[in-house]
Write a protein that binds this ligand. Sequence first.
Ligand code: F6P
Length: 456
Amino acid sequence: MSRLVVVSNRVAPIEEGQPTAGGLAAGVMDALRQHGGIWFGWSGDVRQEEVPPNPARTSGPITLFTTDLSQRDYDDYYRGFSNGTLWPVLHYQTSLMRFDWGEFAGYRRVNALFARCLMQLIKPDDMIWAHDFHLLGLADALRTAGAENRMGLFMHTPFPAPSVFSTIPAHAELIRAMCQYDLVGFQTESDRHAFTDYLTRQSGGQMLENGAVSCFGRVVRTGVYPIGIDVTEVRAQAEAERNQTEAQSLRAGLLGKSLIMSVERLDYSKGLRQRFGAYERFLAHHAEWRRKVIYLQVAPPSRTDIEAYRAIRKELEGEAGRINGRFAELDWVPLFYLNRSFARPALMPLYASARVGLVTPLRDGMNLVAKEYAAAQDPEDPGVLVLSQFAGAAREMETALLVNPYDEQGMAQALAQALAMPLEERKERHAAMIAVMREHSLERWRDRFEADLRAH
Ligand code: F6P
């Protein structure tokens, strides 16, 4: 059987207990851990000069190959085009997008660098599975270098409507490059539809059957593969004795108060400002909950050398201080705002302690925190998930309390409803979510994508 070669911008830390930021690393790591394979990507290190790839490392059945980036490549490819242009547009935040042709050239240069490194590693029948928006041009670069392997791309982020994607001046070039993949996978049907819509309306593509499109003289297949989690493992982690240290301190500090909890990278797409506003409204209009509730927001800083990220961080610091200043009492602090990360196993018992999981991104490809929160709950006394209708997870978790993340009043009402929800209703809603998550497991995500790529 052909080997699986996974490529992503960042390769996760493989040491046990290290924090992993974002759903991609967690998903890919879990997927590879079971069947093994090669994982190639950026080491996370930046050098002044270009340097050769690092020696291979192994972790169980996974062999990791990494390359460092030069300062120039980091600036143009990662900080510039990937995170300054693509990320905001893919999340419909076009007003935060900046574009520079030099950075776009750097993006293509690093995709070509990845391709050169991979050409040293791959065998002709290996299947290449690229992940996410950093690598839209990888298949194109590999084909230019002569690779004829099967190549698939999975988009962890949303894919926006064509009129939004077209705000990127290099949009046509990007789409042409994406069509060099044999299979492009998305989290939801609306992401897939946005991509094929672009192809048929703006690139002269012809819809074939089963989501395939003929375009640029090739046939690119598309599919929907919602990423999942291992529900049983998450619940086991939530209960495991060895993971309880931080949860114990948290519970000791709660003194019987109900906990509302959110965890995400500190990113403007996560809707934190509106969420803080919703909590403030909730406290203002539901005085009966004051002193009885605590909101814990965990938000490890991310992409800190990008202005939009520095701005949101500053704004949230101000807001957290202001909300606490307005409502805190000598014996009660309403909002705990932590700019740090936790190792993933330690998070699960924290989720299990929370009466409400508040997950309200403005846009999100999937959002695995929503799924992990639900999976960590005690089925006999589960908490309530309040979830943005614009997270991919909302397509599957229909029994969460779905909210519009721009509607602070609506979110405040949902908080009140969640905190007061009777046990029977909580159990019903939770059981329905668990059933869907068991069906749409991480294993199924990986197996379906691999099988479709293999079937080409
Ligand atoms: O989930 C989206 C994503 O961009 C992943 O590709 C990435 O691993 C994660 O967020 C963390 O972002 P970064 O690698 O930019 O710190």
